[in-house]
Design a protein around this ligand. Structure first.
Ligand code: HEM
Length: 185
């Protein structure tokens, strides 16, 4: 994955737990480089090793770390150079979820080697069913955090429930997402 993802993990750990913890995480993950380059491609194994090392160093469950990183990523991306592209893609949770492939495609103009996931939405039970397809394993908790983070962009209270799971043998992961205005409910 592009270095910007690893940079965001570094920013989250440093902001929330301090620079010393980040050094421990890098050492545990076997990462020698002092910094990551946003526009450079790194093997996915580096990102997985970092996530695993965060969980070990902070003694937290990995799914919880991935979910917290999803929430963090949205705020981090909003502040970053591509924040405007994300914000222009939708004006509410459901709208942004429906526009994710288009949004990643616009980002791929600057990141030609991007291998983004693919999302599909359809109305379901007073919310939407979000289908998530990826060539990478194990990232469902990350998606759950991302969707929760998207809700905070629009001051919406968002509930996410996993419906199908690749880990359990389904062909793809899917989630039931319900969003409502945060106030008055
Ligand atoms: C400005 C906003 C965003 C930028 C710049 C961005 C960029 C990226 C980048 C660079 C990757 C790594 C893939 C690679 O390097 O090949 C990635 C992966 C991913 N992105 Fe985004 N993204 C943005 C917003 C979002 C949002 C709003 C979602 C919401 C669901 C999302 C979902 C994902 C997921 C789940 C992955 C993990 C890769 C996978 O599942 O295979 N991204 N994105």
């Amino acid at each position: 994955m592009y270095g910007m993802v690893n940079q965001a993990i570094e920013a989250m750990v440093t902001e929330k737990f301090g620079a010393e913890k980040w050094e421990l995480v890098k050492a545990r993950a076997g990462v020698d480089e002092p910094t990551f380059v946003a526009m450079k491609q790194y093997p996915d194994s580096v990102t997985y090793a970092l996530a695993g090392a965060v969980a070990e160093v902070l003694e937290l469950p990995l799914p919880g770390v991935l979910r917290a990183f999803g929430v963090y990523w949205i705020e981090y991306a909003r502040r970053g150079p591509w924040g405007k592209i994300m914000m222009a893609a939708g004006h509410g949770t459901y709208e942004l979820l429906a526009a994710l492939d288009q949004m990643h495609a616009r980002i791929a103009v600057s990141f030609p080697e991007l291998r983004p996931p693919s999302f599909r939405v359809e109305p379901r039970d007073g919310g939407v069913l979000l289908e998530y397809r990826s060539e990478r394993p194990g990232l469902s908790p990350f998606v759950i955090g991302l969707v929760e983070g998207i809700g905070t962009l629009y001051d919406e209270r968002v509930e996410v429930e996993q419906v199908t799971s690749r880990e359990a043998g389904a062909p793809f992961d899917s989630f039931l997402v319900r969003a409502a205005p945060a106030k008055g409910g």
